[in-house]
Design a binder for this molecule. Structure first.
Ligand SMILES: [Zn+2]
Length: 334
């Protein structure tokens, strides 16, 4: 029996964002369609099928992504795996995989395949399907068309319909080891490999994206302010932050607050070990209940990210809450 005949109708590749799941899924698709795959399980990179993959248009392969993500991929030459580090996106572009995109597959599925008798649909990330799209896909998975493989890539599989999950063969993509990740980052020319890896939550591909100089400068600027409550000025910082991506700032603040709580309770920072000294000092003065309340406020702001917002106002409110959190209640903001 050939590999093709033993394949399930759908695979679910699940694991943290930024660790290379998309790359793995894409290479798997290319290998399965390659005309002379290597014994190592990699595509040959020379045949007609591999050539089609290189130019991004194999006739038996479809990639389903949210429209907004496509814009990101086009502008960076990569596909972002982790929400907080996405570049500026067109707010009008859809953040979801839509039912129209799933319905368009019907024609593709009914066509005869080109060479290998197999067609592959890569859905990335699967949790970006809105509820209508997910239900439409479920119908297809319930009656799998012959010779068709769905590869679902998911950073948050708990957000998928259980009925979709149960129809997929699951593959867990583990986080790579820390030493291995650091070595790989250094090979890519990342000087601050340790710090970037920590910021990414130990996901190396995400860490590589975060290592970009301008991103780090902006992040350092905000974190320096967060670490200096006596100089902290919500209005000035909101004005500066208005020129940055709101999603980034929310992510930095969430990590900062997470570490403050973590240092307060367990004496250990996860995301910015380099700022441990400032955070140690702050953790002693901050009320933990207030800190959790502020964490909720950040979460609410993050959930509203895809709606049109007045970023400056959002930042003023958040920075002001933070100022209250880190300054004694009897201090007055002037
Ligand atoms: Zn090939």
């Amino acid at each position: 029996m050939s590999t093709k005949e033993t394949l399930p109708g759908a695979l679910l590749l699940q694991g943290r964002g930024g660790i290379g799941k998309f790359h793995l899924a894409y290479t798997l698709a290319q290998t399965l369609l390659c005309e002379s795959p290597l014994d190592s399980g990699e595509p040959c990179e020379h045949c007609g099928a591999c050539h089609w993959f290189k130019i991004g248009g194999h006739p038996d392969f479809r990639l389903l992504e949210p429209e907004a993500q496509n814009a990101v991929a086009d502008s960076t030459g990569e596909t972002a795996e982790q929400e907080p580090i996405k570049k500026a996106i067109d707010k009008k572009a859809s953040q979801f995989i839509t039912v129209a995109q799933i319905r368009e597959l019907a024609d593709f599925i009914n066509l005869t395949t080109h060479r290998n008798g197999l067609r592959i649909i890569l859905v990335h990330p699967a949790e970006a399907m809105n509820v209508h799209a997910a239900n439409a896909l479920l119908k297809t998975l319930e009656e799998p068309p012959p010779g068709t493989l769905f590869i679902l890539v998911s950073h948050q599989p708990q957000r998928l319909l259980p009925t979709i999950r149960s129809r997929c063969q699951k593959i867990n993509a583990p986080l790579p080891g820390r030493a291995e990740a650091l070595q790989w980052l250094r090979e890519q020319g990342v000087a601050e490999a340790n710090a970037c890896l920590a910021q990414s939550g130990y996901a190396p591909l995400a860490a590589l994206q975060l290592s970009e100089k301008e991103y780090q400068l902006k992040r350092n600027h905000i974190l320096e302010q967060l670490g200096a409550p006596d100089r902290f000025d919500p209005l000035t910082l909101a004005e500066q932050g208005d020129k940055m991506e709101l999603a980034w700032i929310l992510n930095w603040m969430q990590q900062w607050v997470y570490d403050l709580a973590s240092i307060g309770m367990a004496g250990k920072a996860r995301y910015q070990p380099e700022s441990s000294a400032e955070m140690n000092r702050l953790a002693k003065t901050v009320n933990l209940i207030e800190l959790f309340r502020f964490q909720q406020e950040l979460l609410t702001a993050q959930r509203a990210l895809h709606h049109p917002l007045n970023n400056r106002l959002v930042l003023e409110q958040l920075f002001f809450s933070y100022w209250q959190l880190v300054n004694r209640q009897d201090a007055a903001y002037v």
